[in-house]
Design a protein around this ligand. Sequence first.
Ligand code: FNR
Length: 386
Amino acid sequence: MKLPAAPEDYRAIARRRLPHFLYEYLDGGAGSEQTMRRNLGDLQSIALRQRVMVDVEDVDTSTSLFGKSWTMPVALAPVGLAGMYARRGEVQAAKAAAHAGVPFTLSTVSACPLREVAAATAEPFWLQLYMIRDRAFMADLLDQAVAANCSALVFTVDMPVPGIRYRDYRSGLAGASGFAGAARRFGQGMMRPRWAWDVGVRGRPHQLGNVARVLGGKSGMDDFFAWMRSNFDPSISWKDLEWVRGRWPGPLIVKGVLDPNDALEAIANGADGIVVSNHGGRQLDGAPSSAAVLPAIAEAVAGRTALLADGGVRSGADIVRMLALGADAVMIGRPWVYALAAAGERGVQHLLSLLKQELRVAMTLTGCARISEIGRRTIAGPLAER
Ligand code: FNR
């Protein structure tokens, strides 16, 4: 496949290639998608301050976080079931991230199990963990992450229940007929090899990732979704972070914070990093965008932990915007999965190289030769600090 010109082009390609219900699951948000739109709108509304005649011949996009050096301040966000968007999708994405020199985060509810990703990539990756009612499942996954040398744990706290995503009802994915029904309705097309798709209607256990073990031998995607629905734990509280902290020796990143007080709680309970996130607008519709709350959270955190942010990052300029608002790095969610669906590992690699190129140009034009130079000064308009 001929690779597209711009990062945003991958979305349209993914839309053409994917079964409708899979595209909608990826592209959609909660409720009437106000928060999802805010993520994009608020970030894009921030004007960058162009500077001229500053010597920026030697621009360096690299940064260092959690004791590791990254080629740019971008990590691939955890996306559940990403492995259904291309053959062994999470393995392909992890390889692309390793090649690009940025972290890959494997979701708890990935299609490829942790050990498969660990066996396929030499580079350590991050594991994302949800609070699951079945604590033995969590403890086992944490043991696997330690054994696989995962370099950070991303503990996602904004999913005590899954948000209501109407596109999944409209597409049939979340309705009475479930995954199997949506897939059948889509017809045989989903099995065409051009989708490089290998999770069938009767997903075999090894295709149900980390959850396969607890589902047992003969289960399908609908059992998988039922497990997900019944296993998110709404009783989650800060005490649980302590429980996780006690079982995880490495960097612990709390993902899904939108309030400065919650950021302070996370720090008090042992977090080494925080991701300002509304889950890509997939949880509380009506919540503010990440960009809107980031400055206050950055002020509260005051450099005591690493601060990441996600939600609506689509370009190199968006990376600069999030950093200017106070983030040390960003996560990207949907964009890498669009690229994976469009062109597999090559697509994700290409997307990351495009983002890096855009970041370099945006840094040059804002007069920032180093990531550490990006700050409020880099913004034009009301939020600016001169
Ligand atoms: C997600 N996200 C997510 N987060 C998480 O911690 N664990 C998960 O399993 C998932 N699954 C998931 C599936 C899909 C289809 C999407 C789109 C998102 C949220 C994700 O990590 C990230 O916070 C957002 O995607 C960031 O917003 P953008 O970059 O998609 O705008």
